[in-house]
Design a binder for this molecule. Structure first.
Ligand SMILES: NC(=O)c1ccc[n+]([C@@H]2O[C@H](COP(=O)([O-])OP(=O)(O)OC[C@H]3O[C@@H](n4cnc5c(N)ncnc54)[C@H](O)[C@@H]3O)[C@@H](O)[C@H]2O)c1
Ligand SMILES: [Zn+2]
Length: 349
């Protein structure tokens, strides 16, 4: 088993092991006085994995129930949270009981938000089953739901008490979502790990997926420990995301997945920063080659002027300027604010 300790305000461990789903109860039991555990999962994941987690929890003495919602980002909203609250109430969940998030990032973000807010906060455990959730969203304590006006606009910082990662679950993850998660994996290589980037170049990601998860989670842990509330260093995790979010918006959040948008965003921003001499020559080409190897996009059919315009409403925007993450070279990044007044000059649009 691989273990990563996260020393946030409320510290917790991330345990990475094949088959750990069947031992969930054993690892959770010593951490809580909970009598009841509610598994929150979606309509794709629950039929495959809920029973295994439920059996394990019951073996460890928990009374269990399962709340299932319709899979997909469109469920990530307050009306689903309200249904969760009703389930929690009807199952007599008290402040000392526990929620188990079993699924992808949508499940983790929502179950975490419900845990952060129900009875002013109860404990929760993350059992991420998508690659994106295993390398990114299950770690760091950001929980949220979408509003009709934008993604992740309502949320809370709420750390889990434990994260259990079983990469065997990726065997049932549709290829499209695996690829989506790889977009974020490439991001970690770009910002903090030349060695990860090189392994992704030289080997096939699926052949060393456990190492990938461990490396990405460790990078995220390091960043989150130093900046739990996202007021500084955590911004580097946004590499490729400012343009990526703009691309998602331009595509009306359909056609292009988040990972694809981030991939294209990473390549575009690096071509630009390289042209300004901010990034070592050849870096953009290397990123393009790697993204192409994993069938991820490196560009968009939208003109750059549209993409840049669409960044203006970005959450990371202060109104007058936007923070961009640039690479110095593969594995090394920095954050720079660009005044919106200088956009024309900087982006050449
Ligand atoms: N909290 C954070 O820090 C953070 C970071 C990045 C992304 N996110 C959020 O994560 C969400 C995206 O996560 P996601 O891509 O995991 O979405 P998701 O939860 O919708 O999962 C993707 C799809 O895969 C299915 N699935 C998941 N695991 C499976 C498995 N093992 N077998 C079969 N099917 C499986 C799901 O049912 C869904 O259809 C977004 O809402 C995003 O905002 C949060
Ligand atoms: Zn992302």
């Amino acid at each position: 088993m691989k273990t990563v300790s996260v020393k946030t305000g409320r510290p917790y461990e991330i345990l990475i092991e094949h088959g750990i789903l069947d031992n969930a109860g054993e690892y959770i039991r010593p951490l809580t006085k909970a009598i009841r555990a509610v598994i929150i999962s979606d309509t794709n994941v629950s039929p495959i994995y809920s029973d295994r987690v439920k059996n394990s929890l019951e073996k460890s003495g928990f009374e269990t129930s399962v709340f299932v919602f319709e899979a997909g980002e469109s469920s990530k909203r307050l009306s689903t949270i309200e249904k969760m609250y009703t389930h929690l109430f009807e199952n007599n969940i008290t402040r000392t009981d526990i929620i188990i998030a079993l699924g992808g990032g949508v499940t983790g973000d929502m179950a975490g938000f419900a845990a952060a807010t129900y009875l002013r906060g109860i404990d929760f455990v993350q059992i991420p089953t998508s690659l994106l959730a295993q390398v990114d969203s299950s770690v760091g304590g950001k929980t949220a739901v979408d509003l009709p006006t934008g993604k992740n606009l309502v949320g809370a910082f709420w750390q889990p008490i434990l994260v259990l990662i079983d990469s065997d679950t990726l065997n049932t993850l549709p290829e499209k979502f695996f690829k989506d998660g790889l977009g974020e994996v490439v991001k970690y290589g770009c910002i903090r790990s030349k060695s990860l980037f090189e392994r992704l170049e030289n080997e096939n990601a699926k052949d060393f997926i456990d190492d990938i998860i461990y490396e990405c989670v460790s990078i995220k842990r390091d960043v989150v420990e130093r900046d739990e509330r996202d007021t500084g260093e955590r911004a580097i995790l946004n590499f490729g995301h400012t343009l990526g979010h703009a691309l998602e918006k331009l595509n009306d959040y359909t056609n292009l997945t988040h990972g694809e948008a981030v991939s294209a965003g990473s390549a575009i921003i690096t071509r630009i920063s390289e042209s300004h001499g901010l990034t070592a020559i050849g870096t953009a080409q290397r990123i393009e080659n790697l993204l192409e190897k994993y069938d991820l996009p490196t560009n968009s059919e939208f003109p750059l002027s549209d993409i840049i315009n669409a960044t203006r409403g970005d959450k990371k925007s202060t109104g007058k300027s936007i923070k961009f993450v640039f690479l110095k070279e593969i594995g090394e990044c920095f954050v720079q604010k660009i005044d919106t007044a200088d956009f024309g000059e900087f982006f050449g649009v």
